[in-house]
Design a protein around this ligand. Structure first.
Ligand SMILES: NC(=O)c1ccc[n+]([C@@H]2O[C@H](COP(=O)([O-])OP(=O)(O)OC[C@H]3O[C@@H](n4cnc5c(N)ncnc54)[C@H](O)[C@@H]3O)[C@@H](O)[C@H]2O)c1
Length: 446
């Protein structure tokens, strides 16, 4: 098939490259630097295996990147829209990028001989495709005269850090189509994938994505709430509590009880969820519901527990040491390991809360230290706050906070040489025995 992908970010680039293994793909963007870099085989974002796949697919001749102004839809079967849908100030989903992408392709839809499907892959509120986008296009190209134009929604479930593998080995593919043309196009697009294909209309597909993300976010906040209760009880560790809970067969997979179901990784206490999806999608669903006058106490609770989690951990540190003028080293900037995405990472709240308490904040990350310099959080940091060699810097601080569990922090216990440092393990990966000469704190353990 001939595929055009509008928006060449985390989702657009991975989708484009993976689909180009079987189809002819052009990834389109408005950013000249991105397009130039991609065509040179240099990805503008980090993902495991991405550079190798990009180089291979450029060589195959099935993949290239182009600027939006050079886009033509002649012979194109599917346009996949993969632009960003961030939060607006009022927490609703910002559809401006989607709107502008649609406006750019509208003039290109005239005089097409083939059937063409406009498919949204970006996460958007229910009804966006069936009302907003379809109406906008149909005002110019009415159905009677242009039955060859079709619409659909194909949400993406890849996770940054394992995006290529997730895309190539999906649990299921949701084919949200509002006509036979778009359904057939989607079936053909994914015919090489052997996984359940869920055929629904576009609004149901949009809702599947929101419920998927907000239900996972809810698990994280639920366990963090239980962890905060454990914080107030002597000799109770949330990790022991959860391991007791998760042995219940209703939380276990039937096939192989030795491998814990993936859901267990969302049922761990920590510093809360971040990234470019969960926070904004939970907010957008809640806002969408409130516009429809449906109360959402669970979604609001999920968000407020999450937003308070870093502050409650900073408070925990403040109970055992004076934060004023204390030197604090924060380990891990990206919202999870193996990605360079720092959008809504928990580190931003840690930087803010420690700074407000008068601490001197230092940060380290093996991949994205430079990126933090252009983020609003850098306002709380000085030129010398960005630490390149964390191992050397460890003995100079009073407080060490593990935020993102990158592989390089695995050896943290063996690197501690100074006595009485406070170690806040916000991900609950170590034990107090690992730090015999430090004051060890973690989520959900007093
Ligand atoms: N990042 C993820 O892990 C993930 C996973 C599943 C779903 N999603 C959803 O996918 C969508 C895209 O997310 P992302 O993280 O890839 O975003 P991103 O910000 O990484 O990429 C968006 C790209 O679109 C480009 N762009 C903006 N307007 C454009 C236009 N009019 N024409 C062409 N290009 C344009 C930007 O330059 C940018 O390169 C969002 O709705 C997101 O919620 C993201």
């Amino acid at each position: 098939m001939n595929i055009k992908i509008i928006g060449t970010g985390y989702v657009g680039l991975i989708t484009g490259l993976c689909l180009s293994l079987k189809h002819q793909v052009e990834c389109v963007d408005i950013n000249t630097k991105i397009v130039e870099k991609i065509n040179l085989g240099l990805p503008h974002l980090y993902e495991v295996g991405l550079e190798e796949l990009l180089k291979k697919q450029l060589k195959s001749g099935n993949f290239k990147s182009i600027l939006l102004k050079n886009l033509s839809l002649k012979g194109t079967d599917i346009v996949l829209i993969c632009v960003g849908t961030p939060s607006l100030e009022d927490d609703s989903c910002d559809l401006n990028y989607v709107n502008s992408a649609i406006e750019s392709i509208i003039p290109l839809l005239s005089n097409l001989k083939q059937n063409i499907s406009i498919i949204i892959k970006s996460t958007v509120p229910p009804g966006t495709v069936s009302s907003f986008i379809t109406k906008k296009v149909r005002e110019i190209y009415p159905l009677q005269s242009f039955p060859n134009i079709a619409f659909g929604m194909n949400p993406e479930f890849l996770r940054e850090g394992s995006a290529i593998s997730d895309f190539l080995n999906p649990d299921r593919i949701v084919l949200g189509a509002d006509s036979e043309i778009s359904q057939n196009h989607l079936i053909k697009l994914y015919k090489h994938f052997e996984c359940p294909k869920i055929k629904v209309n576009s609004s149901t597909a949009e809702m599947i994505k929101y419920v998927n993300n907000s239900l996972l976010a809810l698990q994280i906040s639920a366990v963090n709430e239980y962890a905060n209760i454990c914080d107030g009880i002597e000799n109770v560790d949330i990790r022991q509590v959860m391991s007791g809970v998760l042995q219940d067969k209703r939380w276990q997979s039937n096939e192989n009880a030795k491998i814990p179901p993936f859901i267990h990784s969302y049922l761990k206490a920590g510093c809360g969820f971040g990234g470019s999806c969960f926070p904004k999608d939970v907010k957008a669903l809640s806002k969408f519901a409130s516009l429809n006058k449906v109360p959402t106490p669970l979604l609001e609770g999920t968000l407020s527990i999450n937003e308070n989690q870093p502050a409650s951990l900073v408070k925990k540190v403040s109970k055992i040491t004076d934060l004023k003028k204390a030197k604090v080293l924060l380990l891990g900037v990206s919202f999870k390991p193996n990605t360079d995405d720092i959008r809504d990472s928990p580190i931003h709240l840690f930087i803010k809360h420690f700074s407000f308490k008068g601490s001197k904040v230092f940060v380290h990350d093996p991949l994205v230290l430079e990126k933090l310099k252009s983020h609003p959080s850098s306002e709380y940091l000085g030129n010398k706050s960005y630490i390149k060699n964390f191992k050397e810097f460890l003995p100079t601080v009073e407080i060490i906070v593990l935020i993102t569990y990158w592989q390089c922090y695995l050896e943290l216990p063996s690197l501690i040489t100074k006595k009485n440092q406070v170690i806040l393990d916000s991900r609950g990966v170590f034990n107090s025995n690992d730090f015999p000469t430090s004051k060890y704190l973690t989520t959900g353990l007093r």
